[in-house]
Ligand binder design. Structure first.
Ligand SMILES: [Fe+2]
Ligand SMILES: [Fe+2]
Length: 330
């Protein structure tokens, strides 16, 4: 979901002949499936694209903690509360691995936070939707974390070493997130009529925004070709979306829930589900800042940052004290 938001300023693909010797060697390494590491030479546009992609991904992890964190105190049982707390903490950890990976490209964490808090940096639009009921928490795990896995599993093989390695652990944790969400929805769908209705209502609201997480259709995804050549995007938006739909339909059947798409139908010839048209104007509005919760998420994030300043100050003071102690002992 992140790659397609990336703007690189690279408008057309160069042929190998048009590249400098350094650029050619770089591209040949990528073509041979070798990893690029922080100290290696890389084109400026590759560095910038990755900074944007990884920092957007990091921002999405920590903003994604907000809609769910809100439900920790309202989880229906102790077990569900413990699971949700673990999941939300995982997301904070994902943010940390990803900020660290982005820092290897020469940007500081403060610069990234400044971009997020000033509204310049984007995060995944899905987190601008509200989590209205407990069933939303299950649905987010099932669909939103499910879509994230679909996007992130291929990134374990992406060309940039620190990003690819961060994805290995992230993906393991994401699969726990997806399963806990599905398990929670399964409990609701086997519960009372009211619980079933709640689960169906959450699916109705989250289905289409989840499909939008894969980004605009391939024809409109401007920078995909360059990102695919650099192997920082390995499958197209439409391919991943189709794969997600094909996997989710039988899962919804097990839940006994109905996917809110009257055009959803198995197509024997294609070997895939056909599905209805996505209202892209909705995604563009949310990206522009006009989603249901854009303002709330950003102000909540800034409040959390400001309220945490004493922790950062204390950690810094402690680190400085240790340095002084160490030099006094030498
Ligand atoms: Fe995550
Ligand atoms: Fe997750």
């Amino acid at each position: 979901m992140y790659a397609q938001m990336v703007k690189t300023g690279v408008d057309k693909l160069q042929s190998l002949d048009e590249m400098s010797a350094r650029e050619r060697a770089f591209q040949e390494r990528i073509d041979a499936d070798k990893r690029i590491e922080p100290k290696d030479w890389m084109p400026d546009s590759y560095r910038k694209t990755l900074i944007r992609q990884i920092s957007q991904h990091a921002h999405s992890e920590i903003v994604g903690m907000l809609p769910e964190g809100n439900w920790i105190t309202r989880a229906p049982t102790l077990k569900r509360k413990a699971i949700l707390m673990a999941k939300v903490q995982d997301e904070g950890g994902h943010g940390l691995y990803l900020y660290s990976a982005a820092e290897t490209l020469g940007i500081t964490r403060d610069q990234m936070f400044e971009a997020l808090h000033s509204g310049r940096a984007k995060y995944s639009s899905i987190f601008n939707y509200p989590a209205l009921t407990w069933a939303d928490i299950g649905t987010i795990g099932w669909l939103v974390d499910g879509a994230a896995i679909m996007n992130q599993v291929p990134l374990q093989r992406c060309s940039y070493g620190p990003y690819a390695r961060a994805m290995v652990r992230v993906c393991k944790e994401e699969s726990f997130h997806q399963r806990q969400g599905y398990d929670s929805l399964l409990a609701l769908s086997r519960g009372t009529d009211e619980q079933k209705r709640m689960a169906q209502d959450a699916l109705n609201r989250w289905w289409w925004p989840s499909l939008m997480m894969f980004g605009p259709p391939d024809g409109e995804s401007v920078h995909s070709a360059q990102s695919m050549r650099w192997k920082i995007k390995l499958f197209s938006n439409d391919e991943l979306r189709q794969r997600f739909i094909d996997l989710s339909v039988p899962q919804a059947e097990v839940l006994g829930l109905k996917i809110p798409d009257k055009d959803l139908k198995w197509n024997d010839e294609r070997g895939h589900y056909d599905f209805g048209e996505i209202d892209w104007s909705e995604l563009y509005e949310v990206v522009k800042g006009n989603g249901p919760c854009n303002r709330e998420r950003l102000s909540e994030r800034i409040r959390a940052w400001n309220e945490g300043s004493w922790v950062r100050d204390a950690a810094l003071a402690h680190a400085e004290k240790n340095i002084h102690r160490a030099s006094a002992n030498n």
